[in-house]
Design a protein around this ligand. Structure first.
Ligand code: C2E
Ligand code: CA
Ligand code: CA
Ligand code: CA
Length: 279
């Protein structure tokens, strides 16, 4: 308690660089977060627009810090990426998200796909495909129930080396989605190099629907691009009926956002997934 008080004092001292101090404390604590079981997963449903049912969920990590409470990924993922701890975190997320999905399947709920976010660092691991295969085998779940979300910058970063990894994953039935699509690169030529299954339109474009003609046009263009390349298109950050109506009119395949559900704990999703009816 004494320790905590001292930290709190230093933390609020106006003259100090809070960011650097925060960083130091967080980095130190993050090393212990996994073994101390402080990481938790929330799940946000993805809805198939045509079928009007939940076809998957995205696993989103949170850190329940013993002193500071719930810390959002935006605050610790960048730090975890710099320190390399992200690999441990993403592997923990993968394993636990797959276990959760297996539990839902064992309860007899209509099966859904689990999406997890992978940082670029994951693809520096030798034998990434083998270690994922091992997780799937241990959990006893088929790869076809897994989707891995990566950003454009991840694809660009490793270009050649990532191609083989993605092919190996595809052989296991695992799907690949490009996250935050449209925010990273002006060149689309890289899309030809990789076989990806879904494009996720970035929230910023969804937010512009009905408000900003330019952003709405980009959302529309991404949907058409995805479809012409035989990909499924997912819109995230859908918050209003107006956005949904537009996306529906453009035949966007899947939607995700507060208009439907916020990310939530597995227990809260139980009743919803059991009947798989939209609330
Ligand atoms: P992301 O992958 O683009 O995830 C979408 C973010 O938007 C999530 O924030 C989600 O809670 C939020 N969101 C969903 N629907 C809405 C909506 O209708 N309106 C608004 N305003 N926001 C919405 P979250 O959970 O804070 O995650 C932030 C980012 O942290 C993620 O962005 C992802 O890049 C990263 N992240 C989260 N979990 C993991 C993980 O396990 N591994 C890695 N490497 N990154 C993760
Ligand atoms: Ca994501
Ligand atoms: Ca995203
Ligand atoms: Ca993002």
């Amino acid at each position: 308690a004494k320790e905590k008080g001292r930290n709190a004092y230093e933390f609020y001292r106006p003259s100090m660089n809070i960011n650097n101090y925060e960083r130091l404390v967080l980095e130190n604590d993050l090393h212990k977060a996994i073994e101390n079981k402080e990481l938790i997963l929330h799940y946000q449903p993805r809805i198939d627009v045509a079928a009007n049912e939940i076809i998957g969920v995205e696993a989103l990590v949170r850190w329940n810090h013993p002193q500071w409470g719930i810390i959002s990924p935006g605050q610790f993922i960048p730090l975890a990426e710099e320190t390399g701890l992200i690999v441990k975190i993403d592997n923990w997320v993968l394993e636990n998200a797959c276990k959760q999905n297996k539990q839902w399947q064992e309860k007899g709920y209509p099966p859904i796909r689990m999406a997890v976010n992978f940082s670029a660092r994951q693809f520096l691991q030798r034998n990434l495909a083998n270690s994922i295969r091992k997780v799937l085998q241990d959990v006893e779940i088929d790869g076809s129930w897994l989707e891995i979300e990566i950003t454009e910058s991840t694809l660009m970063k490793y270009e050649e080396s990532i191609v083989q990894s993605l092919e190996d994953l595809e052989k296991m039935g695992i799907r690949i989605a490009i996250d935050d699509f449209g925010t990273g690169y002006s060149s689309l030529s890289y899309l030809k190099k990789f076989h990806v299954h879904s494009l996720k339109i970035d929230q910023s474009f969804v937010r512009g629907i009905g408000k900003s003609p330019d952003e709405e046009a980009i959302a529309k263009a991404v949907i058409n691009l995805g479809h012409s390349m035989k990909m499924r298109v997912v819109a995230e950050g859908v918050e209003t009926g107006e956005q949904l109506a537009f996306l529906e009119s453009q035949n966007c395949n899947e939607v995700q956002g507060y208009h439907f559900y916020r990310p939530m704990e597995a227990d809260m999703l139980d009743e919803i997934l059991k009947s798989n009816r939209l609330a």
